[in-house]
Design a protein around this ligand. Structure first.
Ligand code: SDX
Length: 426
């Protein structure tokens, strides 16, 4: 609501009064929508101080390291909920009762298979194609199969598309991995829960169906929860922007997958493991920390820093704890974990990182757990995309459930003013 006002004084012009809107928690926002009437725009590359929308889904307090999904702290959801219950919460705003949960789980289970013809899409890719390249292509292609749920103005179609995407992402992710391995793709099984089913499709073969470790399934489910949603991050903003043009949900999610792929965003988990490989040993840490601080060197410490968190990313804390549990349970002594912990210690005590409030983020430890589960590094961002699909589609639904306009930013033009072609042209 707008009970406060801001006044903009521009030299030579009458003051402009702008409403100040207050949310439930978090910073007030200055409503600049009327600014166009003054013939001016705001200027904010990278949206460092821009709220792009109103939302009720997720709240982040970057200074306190707080992350709430529909008001519930991520630590509580990671410890006491499961991924599908968290999906229900993000999509519907409240936790499901027993009957609602059972119906939701059953609906997801009955949408996990993909159209048999979708397999042929994989054959067009090289076996060594990056899995994210395949995910972008195959998820975008889903709109070619589900014409019965593409009317974005139909709430029922929006609901069906959301269920289909949440249900099919693990199947498509596992198909991507199997394709890269040259192994037969595994069908989903309805007798397994969401995380077990994913690990079954990833690591079982028609020749041998091994039971899924409950420890690994629980860790996988927790990783899905920790990646489910995160307010208006780059990929979620991409999904909202694509959705604002009326694009179908599968195309919007494919756009989100593409945006997530970048190493500054979801691609960081893969980049962390590659960075730890490159650092190699504790002796080399100082050299790489120096590179990260050198403004002439594009190298950044992967898994460190965040646009919003200027304190610990609460997800990183849970991830680190899960890392310890999984490695202990599996009896794995991963030297990369030791290296990562030493790197965190050195960086966190370095004035450059302290002055800039650079802390480990969600991607810093996730790769070490994924590696322990047996997931190859190239699949790490695919896992992130799988888990984030519910966040993307929740924001997409929230935007379409009320009045919205196509996202169309303006610019500060600093190019040539109008000029004519040379007169001597024929
Ligand atoms: C995710 O937005 C989300 O919510 C994303 C995410 C989600 O769940 O959707 O949380 C998932 O993307 C996590 C972030 C994963 N990315 C990385 O780990 C890549 C490494 N991190 C950096 O690229 C960077 O920290 C960003 C991209 C994450 C944030 O960049 P910002 O907000 O634009 O911050 P910045 O680049 O302006 O940094 C401020 C300063 C700069 O130095 P100065 O110009 O002030 O001297 O800190 C420096 C930066 O150079 N800095 C780093 C650094 N991160 C920031 N220096 C070295 N190493 C780093 N990692």
């Amino acid at each position: 609501m707008a009970d406060k006002k801001a006044q903009l004084i521009i030299e030579g012009s009458a003051p402009v009064e702008l409403p100040v809107l207050t949310g439930t928690v978090g910073p007030d926002v200055i409503d600049v929508r009327s600014l166009t009437a003054t013939g001016r725009f705001t200027f904010d590359p990278g949206f460092m101080s821009t709220a792009s929308c109103e939302s009720k889904i997720t709240y982040i307090d970057g200074d306190k390291g707080v992350l709430l999904h529909r008001g519930y702290p991520i630590e509580q959801l990671a410890e006491h909920s499961d991924y599908l219950e968290t999906c229900y919460l993000l999509l519907n705003g409240e936790l499901p009762n027993q009957e609602e949960k059972a119906r939701f789980v059953s609906t997801i289970k009955n949408h996990t298979m993909v159209h048999e013809q979708l397999k042929s899409f994989f054959n067009g890719f090289r076996r060594d194609a990056h899995p994210m390249a395949i995910m972008c292509g195959v998820v975008g292609a889903l709109s070619a199969f589900y014409h019965d749920s593409l009317d974005i103005n139909n709430p029922r179609h929006r609901e069906v598309s959301a269920m289909r995407l949440i249900a099919k992402m693990p199947t498509i992710a596992a198909m991507t991995y199997k394709y890269s391995m040259g192994q037969p793709m595994m069908y989903p099984r309805n007798d397994l829960n969401y995380a077990e089913n994913f690990l079954h499709m990833m690591f079982n073969t028609p020749a041998e169906i091994k039971p899924i470790s409950p420890v690994l399934a629980k860790a996988m489910d927790k990783i899905f929860i920790l990646h489910a949603d995160h307010e208006q991050n780059a990929s979620t903003s991409t999904v909202r922007l694509a959705g604002s043009s009326g694009a179908n949900p599968f195309a919007c999610i494919a756009a989100g997958i593409a945006a997530l792929w970048g190493p500054a965003h979801g691609g960081a988990n893969e980049a962390v493991l590659n960075m730890l490989d490159e650092i190699g040993s504790v002796e080399n840490i100082d050299k790489f920390v120096a590179k990260a601080k050198d403004k002439n060197d594009p190298f950044k410490l992967m898994g460190f820093g965040h646009r919003v968190y200027k304190n610990f990313d609460p997800r990183a804390k849970v991830m680190k704890q899960t890392c310890d549990e999984v490695l202990a349970e599996l009896g794995i002594n991963d030297p990369q974990l030791e290296l990562a912990m030493k790197l965190e210690e050195i960086a966190r005590n370095d004035p450059y990182f302290k002055e800039r409030n650079l802390y480990p983020n969600v991607d810093f430890y996730s790769g070490i757990i994924l590696k322990a589960i047996g997931i190859p590094t190239s699949m790490f961002t695919v896992i992130f995309a799988l888990a984030r699909t519910v966040g993307w589609i929740s924001h997409w639904k929230e935007m379409l459930s009320g009045p919205y306009k196509i996202g169309r930013p303006r610019q500060l033009y600093t190019g040539h003013p109008q000029r004519d072609l040379p007169a001597d042209r024929d």
